[in-house]
Design a protein around this ligand. Structure first.
Ligand SMILES: [Zn+2]
Length: 387
């Protein structure tokens, strides 16, 4: 159960006050020596919170800085993430990593236990193309949906601790699938393998730190050599592997790449579902506002019908450039799929959800919020948002 925060919105706990104050100092610091002291002070406070499974002070300090000092917010968020995903244990340093895969399917995208033989294959591929020469990798033996990943900093820290303990004993971490929450079902989504990399302290974690060619070349090789290994895990899905990276960084990158992937997947999905060429599918996109711009929502329709049969949201992310023309980006992406028509609405649509099932409502061509619904004759419909 989620604990109630014991402090009002504007009154910070003592630890939160000190964290915010130290992070502001870090944002203003003029030297590496000052940084070192501030980072050590902040690090000790963060560790105290994580070890007592109490992240209220962390969230309070972040909430305060988000509004008042974005640079200090970034500094503190970096240090909290590092405390969750990095561990230095004497001769060995350890990093929590995520291996993201984007997938779409007419059916449910699997989440599942990964067999030992497949983990061994993936270990070989990742060692060859992504990890440093002296790195050793151990996995949690499960392909997770976003809903099944640890929620919040203390859970992530505890999960990393469990993985580190297994890795220190030379083992993969066995995950009890029955204890994981159910996943929401979407036509397209991300799946994650999570692992921990150990390197001798001071040695490179990643391959791109050792050789020329960098991340781009590493991803090409990983796609070619490692990509096919996911076939048996993602039965019935089309998928695309992304660059494995430190846990939080990989997660943010996957959030970014999910947006264009979901639009292209929607067109492919509807082509397959209705047995139509792309040019018989059309889309309507509109910006959705609450206080400010919250997200874009994209409706899909068939040529000659005004029924919205499918919808995709395009959330705004922290790293987005506020001046970016998202409508133009969505239009270009959809046009690249060979779709028949893309209409960008200038109407500021209100953020609304279905009262019955909570599904987001999508823009009709007449700029009204409607429920995306597949026609009844589609028998093998996906398990998502139908009633
Ligand atoms: Zn509904």
């Amino acid at each position: 159960m989620k604990r109630r925060r014991p402090y009002g919105r504007h009154r910070l706990s003592r630890d939160a006050e000190r964290l915010a104050w130290l992070a502001q100092g870090l944002a203003d610091s003029g030297s590496r020596l000052e940084d070192d002291w501030l980072e050590a002070e902040i690090g000790a406070l963060i560790e105290k919170q994580l070890k007592t499974a109490d992240e209220d002070a962390l969230n309070q300090a972040l909430d305060r800085l988000r509004e008042t000092n974005p640079r200090a917010y970034d500094e503190l968020a970096d240090l909290i993430e590092a405390a969750c995903e990095v561990k230095r244990a004497g001769e060995q340093s350890r990093l929590l990593i995520a291996v993201p895969v984007l997938a779409w399917s007419r059916y449910a995208i699997p989440t599942r236990t990964v067999p030992k033989t497949l983990l061994d294959t993936l270990r070989v591929q990742l060692s060859a193309h992504i990890l440093g020469a002296e790195a050793r990798l151990h996995f949690a033996d499960f392909l997770f949906s976003p809903d099944q990943l640890p929620q919040g900093y203390t859970d992530t820290w505890a999960f990393a601790e469990a993985l580190w303990t297994a890795a220190a004993a030379g083992q993969d971490l066995s995950i009890d699938a029955a204890a994981l929450p159910d996943s929401q079902m979407f036509v397209s989504d991300v799946r994650y393998l999570i692992g921990v990399v150990q390197v001798p302290t001071g040695r490179p974690v990643f391959r791109w730190n050792e050789v020329e060619g960098g991340r781009a070349a590493a991803l090409v090789n990983w796609r070619e050599q490692g990509g096919p290994s996911f076939q048996s895990l993602l039965t019935g899905s089309s998928y695309e592997v992304l660059t494995p990276d430190a846990y939080f960084s990989a997660w943010r990158q996957a959030d970014m790449e999910t947006r264009p992937f979901a639009l292209k997947a929607a067109v492919a999905y509807l082509q397959s579902l209705f047995n139509l060429p792309a040019n018989r599918i059309r889309a309507v996109a509109a910006p959705y506002y609450e206080h400010g711009l919250e997200e874009w929502r994209v409706s899909f329709l068939r040529a000659g019908s005004d029924d919205v049969v499918h919808g995709v949201t395009w959330p705004l992310l922290g790293s987005d450039d506020e001046s970016a023309d998202i409508g133009a980006e969505i239009e270009a992406l959809l046009n690249s799929t060979g779709i028949g028509e893309v209409r960008i609405l200038n109407t500021r649509m209100p953020v609304e959800y279905c009262d019955d099932c909570g599904a987001p409502l999508f823009p009709s061509p007449e700029a009204e919020n409607v429920h995306a619904e597949l026609p009844e004759e589609i028998q093998d419909a996906p398990p998502a948002q139908l009633h």
